[in-house]
Design a protein around this ligand. Sequence first.
Ligand code: FPP
Length: 252
Amino acid sequence: MSDSVTGEHDLLELMREAGDLPGHVALIMDGNGRWAGERGLPRWMGHREGMKSVRRCVEASLEAGLKHLTLYAFSRENWDRPAEEVEALMSLLVEYVERESEDLLLNGVKVRAFGDLDRLTDKARQSVQVLEATTAPGDKLQLNLAISYGSRDEILRAVRRLAEQVSRGEIMPADVDAARFEQQLYTAGWPDPDLLIRTSGELRVSNFLLWQIAYAELYVTPVLWPDFGRRELFEAILEYQRRERRFGRVSA
Ligand code: FPP
């Protein structure tokens, strides 16, 4: 049966039968601008449509039984976009919180935001903080939103913190190992992504979770983010389930 004739329900069944779900899926949501451009619309309308894909993906992740979903909502580099686009993205974040808080709470989704949040507008930062506090009891799915995030910056921040611990004599240089380093990342305590999905066909990781994706399976789809939904997520998971993960070792 080809995917084009396989219904979404069948995809869910196939996924459940295959077992071994990715516990953690990370997503680079790309292509909002092109989606809008193709329709002669302003870029912010692509982002607005992209917000609907976020909702669909959260719902589908709950349905599939994922434990962590990490979305690249806004990179440090995105601050260099035209002011009106940055403002639109900040407003969308506030709108997302207003629209989705209740359903996220009801569905057991715990939201965590990470990145250089000090750079957000006060309103956006407060919205995100309230969302984190409101959804803290969620125990079905953890939705991690990377906002004002850059992986190199995260790594440098961790290195600086370890260097400070060494200079205070709390640890020796030889004590710096992977576990200590990971404790200083925004993602401390979270499992590494098993699957990294990028939409819109670009073959790049764009400064996203560089340490954490060391052994993630990569999946790139030409679908633009506003067109990405339940079916596309399930197809990516099925592809992941067909892969053999060796973590640098040989096959069993
Ligand atoms: C990349 O598309 C997408 C972004 C920079 C922003 C992603 C934001 C959203 C999906 C909406 C808000 C999200 C939340 C969580 C509320 P692009 O603009 O780089 O597209 P292009 O490469 O086609 O120009």
